[in-house]
Write a protein that binds this ligand. Structure first.
Ligand code: HEM
Length: 563
């Protein structure tokens, strides 16, 4: 009797929960089934149980194990040339996603419909960022924070930070010099240290000097990222993950909040001293945001500035924003720099033209000093900018992700309505950027295409929609001017000094030697396959590591430039 009562007590809620989950699951699966029946484009091989996961897995198996998942979409792009979008059903892992590479559809997503960020994105970013931030916020909260930061990232403010960039790139040059004629090193790591120093200096005004010695702030972020995955169950289910990420998140917050308080105190002190006695110094992004916030607050409550306090709620979200700037800005900028050097190493005539431009604009080999005196000189380096734009076209480090909205549809190229509710939408930058309908000789590295006039055979069709590494519309990247300035300064100060060449062949043969006799015996007996090491013929293929880092952290060698 007691047993049957227990079974009823425990079993009823369990059975109800199971029925509930099955009902939800069935509803979601039935929806995709209906979309298929309606003719919404999707790859063949869909299954009720695993959506398109098995289809994707089959494509991924043809690539190196760490290749970026977007690289596996090449066949699907070919198969959907008529619609230029397709629905990928990631059941049971994620929400289904409408994947598009049509600039016309991308423009609807980012501008016309201005679709919001997915509600669950914040949760997956939380271990890294700590909570809501610009990248995941929507509506009023997003508007408030974006308006606080816009001024700090403005073109004029970014130009005033060029001398800071020069100081940081000076250390990068010192590091490159230490490898001249030396052994293989990993350019990706070195670029990451550079961009970390830049992002912290420009947003928070701390000199990490991370390029010389790993700073605890950088280390904390790196540990969090080592324990992070958006999908890998081996990492997500590890019981140590949450405490480790929580601890290092606290380390980051403590450092950032202490600096915020310092900036706040400096700001108060500035307001009470005679402005003519204050040293003229470029302010950090957070200092400008704090000033704006405090001025708004002061106007709102009509209270003397000296009596205001830094409110903890504001400080917490501001700390998230800084953590997000570090995360969003570090990898993507570093990988772009590495791919720019890579493309230059493969295209000697472009490198020669770049050097000629630097000779013409700066004359002296010490471009850093000239830039410190006259930051606007970077704007004269048109070919340099064209080289960077071309690197971002061929190796964009990110894509855009948006949430569908009930009742809102995308109009496809044939004029059909594609409903977006309960779907995410991804704009695949890589495939928009090499779209043959828009780009002449799409796979070639041709910086000149950025310098010709409309009507020229190299001029892209509709560059405003077909080129979107920083996305368009209200949710475009807030830091694109910082990125262009940082990369320009780095190229200006290094291109004439160094020749950087990839060393993958040497690296691969060393790795084979290291794996030794057991691996080659295993291969000979067919126990271990010869893993493919290139994607579309590219050894420096983009990997899954956030920011689409080049394979194996880009092993390379550097020598002094031979001209
Ligand atoms: C090569 C470097 C970079 C690239 C290619 C890049 C690309 C992008 C893209 C594509 C978006 C839109 C994402 C979406 O629509 O889902 C974005 C947004 C954003 N990026 Fe970047 N980014 C770069 C560097 C940076 C840096 C250095 C920072 C930080 C200072 C940064 C901060 C942000 C922020 C805050 C947003 C969200 C803006 C908003 O929604 O208001 N990015 N970025």
């Amino acid at each position: 009797m007691a047993l049957s009562r227990l079974l009823v007590t425990v079993g009823t809620p369990l059975a109800s929960a199971l029925i509930y989950v099955l009902c939800i699951g069935y509803r979601k699966r039935a929806r995709i089934y209906r979309l298929r029946q309606q003719g919404i484009a999707m790859p063949d091989g869909w299954s009720w149980w695993f959506g398109h996961l098995l289809v994707l897995d089959k494509k991924l198996k043809k690539l190196p194990h760490d290749a970026n998942v977007f690289m596996a979409m090449g066949d699907m792009i070919e198969e959907h040339k008529d619609t230029e979008y397709f629905l990928m059903d990631y059941w049971p892992m994620f929400q289904p996603v409408l994947m598009t590479f049509a600039p016309e559809i991308a423009a609807q997503v980012s501008n016309k419909l201005d679709l919001p960020k997915p509600a669950d994105q914040e949760k997956s970013f939380r271990p890294i960022i700590g909570g809501p931030s610009l990248i995941t916020m929507n509506e009023t909260q997003w508007k408030f924070w974006r308006s606080l930061f816009n001024n700090g990232f403005s073109a004029s403010h970014m130009l005033s930070l060029v001398p800071t960039l020069v100081d940081t790139v000076d250390v990068f040059c010192e590091k490159l010099s230490s490898h001249v004629n030396g052994d293989i090193f990993f350019l990706d790591d070195m670029a990451m240290n550079l961009t970390m120093d830049v992002i912290i200096k420009t947003t928070l005004d701390i000199d990490l000097d991370n390029q010389r010695k790993e700073h605890k702030l950088a280390r904390a972020l790196n540990v969090i990222l080592d324990w992070h995955s958006f999908w890998d169950p081996r990492i997500l289910l590890n019981p140590l993950r949450i405490p480790v990420q929580w601890y290092y998140g606290r380390v980051m917050d403590t450092i950032i909040k202490a600096e915020l308080q310092k900036r706040f105190n400096e700001m108060k002190a500035e307001r009470t001293t005679d402005p003519s006695n204050q040293p003229k110094k470029a302010k950090s992004v957070i200092a400008l945001a704090l000033e704006e916030h405090m001025s708004q607050k002061q106007r709102g409550i009509n209270q003397a500035f000296e009596t205001l306090k830094l409110d903890p709620q504001f400080a917490t979200i501001a700390a998230n924003q800084i953590r997000m700037f570090i995360f969003a800005g570090n990898d993507s900028t570093a990988t772009t720099l590495v791919y720019t050097y890579h493309l230059l190493s493969q295209n000697p005539s472009a490198l020669a033209k770049l050097r000629e431009e630097h000779d013409a604009v700066f004359q002296s080999p010490n471009a850093g000093d000239r830039l410190r005196d006259d930051p606007a000189l970077i704007n004269q380096c048109r070919y340099t900018l064209a080289v960077i734009k071309e690197a971002l076209r061929l190796f964009p480090p990110s894509s855009s992700l948006r949430d569908g909205v009930a009742g809102v549809s995308i109009v496809d190229l044939q004029g059909n309505q594609v409903p977006t509710d309960n779907l995410n939408v991804t704009i695949m930058h890589r495939y928009v950027h090499v779209h043959p309908r828009f780009w002449p000789r799409p796979l070639e590295f041709i910086p000149e295409r950025w310098l010709v006039e409309p009507g020229h055979e190299l001029y892209p069709k509709s560059p405003l929609t077909s080129y979107r590494p920083f996305e368009h519309g209200t949710r475009n990247c807030i830091a694109q001017t910082l990125v262009y300035n940082e990369l320009r300064v780095a190229l200006i100060m290094t291109a004439r000094k160094y020749d950087i060449k990839p060393a993958y062949d040497e690296w691969d043969s060393r790795e084979n030697e290291r794996l030794g006799v057991f691996a080659s015996v295993a291969k000979n007996f067919g126990l271990k396959g010869n893993e493919c090491k290139t994607v579309l013929g590219e050894r420096a293929y983009q990997t899954t590591r956030s920011g689409a880092h080049p394979a194996n952290r880009y092993p390379c060698r550097v020598t002094l430039a031979q001209r």
